[in-house]
Each structure stands twice: as structure tokens, then as C-alpha cells.
Design a protein around this ligand. Structure first.
Ligand code: 5GP
Ligand code: MG
Length: 460
């Protein structure tokens, strides 16, 4: 069964005015979380209306597409699917008719018991329209909405059937809820003004919309928002959280604040830690833009070695990471990035990137640096070696694709043809984030999973 993975972006809003323009802007701000499809659902006073489309927000939700939509509450979604069908049928928000009226759901994360859940519901005679794990959430919720008067109770019961990672925004007719799984894998925060409340994946959207950041949704918490208040329904969990470390390292925007840590600040601390853990004798620090920039600046400030732009990135180039074959990924890296010869020629260079997954990006970039005449290349990486797959929403699938799973650091250095290669340590990374180690998910770097996954080691 093809499983869709989601590292998406979600937003929900309730205001004293039409929320469509604000939701649209919020989706633009969280566009980096998903570029494959985008959608909006609003309650117009009578029914839920939805617009969805493939591609970027600007393409999927054109003026024409959202022209008929208006309402004081709504939710939105940008989707980053990495496996399975990319067809529009999987675009979100997903809407279903239930005993309590139309419900719209938008989801970020991966439900790890999806295959088993789907199998058991298929055996009960249920049918599904999409290959996405978000549909099963909507259908289980509708099962409980038929039995229970209170949508909060229905959401609580739905959560008890789900394992894995999910941040959700749910609209039950004109009621808007934000939900975070008991581990808080994926981010979700709340913002407020006098006449509007928003729940959104990243706080950067609140800044854009002039809403005050209130707090993160707590792991396991269900909140309801209205135009002037936030009601919290905490589901008691005794679990320690497992916030995804990769959000700070790569996924989130630098100006977002996630679970108390500003992403830019964390990245700079990672760079500084790398400079202490793995110094190098060199003339210049450069980054692999854009995601490695803050780490590189941190390295430069700590080491005293100057920072310069060593690569020019083509902002219109396609994403390289999810292309289906290796040749396409390599070509895409060269289309995306060229070295700036005057910066690097004849110099000993420290190249800082946020992470190495397959190794494609750096192998290609080091070759291009050598052609541009660098004397030495010292690679420093802001994330420990990725040795195990992610089941919680980041596209790191099978071990065989992970260069650090079957190669030592020295072997990777040789493959990259670098003069030296060093990764940040796990403890250095944890300290840079500033949260206790047992509140983070580090499964992809230590192979210990916070939830039970067949064939993998459970961390407790
Ligand atoms: P590699 O080329 O080693 O496979 O991937 C590492 C590079 O891709 C790094 O520059 C990093 O910023 C970026 N990257 C890491 N994880 C992801 C991801 O999940 N999605 C995308 N689009 N890029 C990623
Ligand atoms: Mg990058």
C-alpha cells in the first residue's frame, strides 16, 4: 500500500472579519513546508466551501480560485508529499460529511499505524478515496461525531486510535480546533489579536499577519479558537515529548520560534558548537545556501574565520531532494548552485551545510568548488550522521538511501573528495537546541524511536 508522507504546513483562523486573505498570506509564509498542493476551507455562515489545487499557493489558490470563498473561520494546508500519488485527490483540506455537518481536516505528520488502521477499517466495509493517512483521521473523527455530541470528545477518541506524528487543524462546521499529538513531533503554535486568533505550523506566519505569538500548542493538547479566545482541552499524557530535531536544523524558517527556541538562533549555536568540536585551519567559511547559512555564520563568528557567500543559488530552480533518480538529483544540484569563483579561488574553504542525507548535494558542490580553484575543502555538517529512517513526516525513507548508514565518516570524506569532514555530535546538537534530550526525537541519528514501530528499537 502506497503511503503518503507529509511534512506539511497547516493553519486555522477565526476572526471578526473574512479570513480568506489572511489564510492565503499565512500559507505563502509556510510555503517552504510544502510545494505540491495547497488548499483552503472556510465556513461561510451556512456551509464549508473549499478550494484546492496542485502546485505552489500562487498557482493552486489564484484569485479566481478563491473568489467565491469568504467566512469568519477557516483552515488551510500546503502539502509536501514524498511518496505515492501526487494527484489532486490527495490535496487538503480534506472534507467529509458527518452527523454533525461538514468537517474539514488538514494534517502535518505521519500516522505510523496507518496501514493497520486502514486494513481493519477496510475489513469493516469502509472505503477510501485517497491514499493519504489524513483521510483515515477524517473518517475516524466522523465515526465519533456520530456517537458523541461534543466534538472535543470526538477528537479525543480519534486521537486514541492514532499513533505517530500529527499536528492537525480541524473545522467542525463553524468550530476551529488545533491538535498536537501527545509527543509534539511536529510544531503548532497559537497567535492572537483583539479580533482574531490563529493556529499555525510556524510563528513566522503570525509575524507577517501582525498577530501576537501566544504559545505553542502543548503535546497532546486540543485547543478551540474563536475570534477572541482560546479554549484549551488538555488531554493528559504522561509521555515525555519528542519534538523533531530536524525542524530546527532544516525544516522551519529561521525566524520561527518552535517550542521555545528561535530557529536562527539554534542554527547559529549549532555552527558555533561545530567550530569548537571540529575546528579547521582555513581562510574562509561559506555555506550551502539557504538552509546552511545560519549554521555557517555561527561557525564563522565562533572561529573568527570570515564568512562569505561562496555559492549563488538560483531561486527559481526546482527542489532537488525529492526527484526520483540520482542523475536527475545531481543535474538539479548543478542547476541550482554555482560557486562564486572570486570568493573561493586559491583558498582553503570551510563549507557548512545543515545536513547530509544521501550525500548528493555536497558531492556535486565539492566537485564544482574544485573546478573553481579551491585549495582545500573542509566540510562541516550541522546534523549528526543520518543513519535511520524517519516515520514521523520527514522524507528520509529507507536505510539504503542514507549515505551514513553504510559508510563511515572517513569513507564519506573520500567519496566527497573533501580534505576533512566532521559532523556535529548528538550531545552538541541537543545543547544547541537547549531542550532536555528526552524531550526530543533523535531517531534518525540514534535509531531509537519514541513510539513502537515494528522492526525498530523503542527508546524506552
Ligand atoms: P543530500 O543531498 O545529502 O541527500 O541532502 C542534504 C541536503 O538537502 C542539505 O543541503 C539539506 O539542506 C537538504 N535537505 C535535507 N533534508 C531535506 C528534506 O527533507 N527535504 C528537502 N527538500 N531538502 C532536504
Ligand atoms: Mg540545503
Amino acid at each position: 500500500m502506497a503511503v503518503l508522507r507529509h511534512s506539511c504546513g497547516i493553519v486555522g483562523m477565526f476572526a471578526a472579519y473574512d479570513v480568506v486573505p489572511s489564510l492565503h498570506r499565512a500559507l505563502l509564509v509556510i510555503q517552504h513546508r510544502g510545494q505540491e498542493s495547497a488548499g483552503l476551507s472556510v465556513f461561510d455562515g451556512d456551509e464549508i466551501l473549499t478550494a484546492r489545487g496542485d502546485g505552489l499557493v500562487s498557482v493552486a489558490l489564484t484569485k479566481n480560485k478563491v473568489a467565491g470563498l469568504s467566512g469568519k473561520c477557516g483552515i488551510g494546508h500546503v502539502r509536501y508529499s514524498t511518496t505515492g500519488s501526487k494527484s489532486l485527490v490527495n490535496a487538503q483540506p480534506l472534507t467529509v460529511e458527518t452527523a454533525q455537518g461538514t468537517v474539514a481536516v488538514a494534517h502535518n505528520g505521519d500516522i505510523t499505524n496507518f496501514v493497520n488502521l486502514k486494513k481493519s477499517y477496510l475489513e469493516c466495509g469502509w472505503s477510501f478515496l485517497t491514499s493519504s493517512d489524513s483521510e483515515i483521521i477524517a473518517k475516524i473523527l466522523s465515526k465519533y461525531l456520530a456517537r458523541l455530541n461534543d466534538p472535543v470528545e470526538a477528537i479525543r477518541c480519534t486521537m486514541s486510535e492514532l499513533d505517530g506524528a500529527y499536528s492537525l487543524v480541524i473545522m467542525v462546521r463553524n468550530r476551529v480546533f488545533g491538535v498536537r499529538d501527545p509527543y509534539g513531533f511536529r510544531p503548532l503554535c497559537i497567535g492572537k489579536a483583539n479580533d482574531a486568533t490563529m493556529v499555525v505550523s510556524e510563528s513566522a506566519a503570525l509575524t507577517t499577519l501582525n498577530l501576537d505569538f501566544v504559545r505553542d500548542v502543548a503535546p497532546g493538547e486540543i485547543i478551540e479558537i474563536t475570534d477572541n479566545c482560546i479554549v484549551s482541552h488538555v488531554t493528559n499524557t504522561n509521555l515525555s515529548p519528542a519534538h523533531c530535531v530536524f525542524e530546527w536544523v532544516y525544516f522551519a524558517r529561521p525566524e520561527s520560534i518552535i517550542d521555545g527556541g528561535e530557529v536562527y538562533d539554534v542554527r547559529k549555536r549549532i555552527g558555533a558548537t561545530l567550530a569548537r568540536e571540529a575546528p579547521a585551519d582555513a581562510d574562509l567559511v561559506i555555506s550551502v545556501p539557504d538552509s546552511g547559512r545560519a549554521h555557517a555564520i555561527g561557525y564563522s563568528l565562533e572561529s573568527g574565520i570570515p564568512y562569505e557567500e561562496g555559492f549563488m543559488k538560483n531561486r527559481f530552480a526546482d527542489r532537488t531532494f525529492i526527484l526520483p533518480d540520482q542523475k536527475m538529483r545531481e543535474d538539479a544540484v548543478s542547476t541550482k548552485m554555482n560557486p562564486i569563483k572570486s570568493t573561493v579561488n586559491g583558498k582553503r574553504i570551510i563549507v557548512v551545510d545543515d545536513s547530509i542525507v544521501r550525500g548528493t548535494t555536497l558531492v556535486k558542490l565539492i566537485r564544482s568548488l574544485k573546478s573553481a580553484g579551491v585549495k582545500e575543502v573542509h566540510v562541516r555538517v550541522g546534523y549528526p550522521p543520518v543513519i535511520a529512517p524517519c516515520y514521523y513526516g520527514v522524507d528520509m525513507k529507507s536505510r539504503s538511501q542514507l549515505i551514513a548508514y553504510n559508510h563511515s565518516v572517513e569513507e564519506i570524506r573520500q567519496i566527497m573528495d573533501a580534505n576533512s569532514l566532521a559532523y556535529i555530535s548528538i550531545s552538541g546538537l541537543v545543547d544547541a537546541i537547549g531542550l532536555p534530550k528526552n524531550s526530543l526525537c533523535l531517531a534518525c541519528v540514534n535509531s531509537k524511536y519514541p513510539t513502537k514501530i515494528s522492526g525498530e528499537t523503542f527508546r524506552r
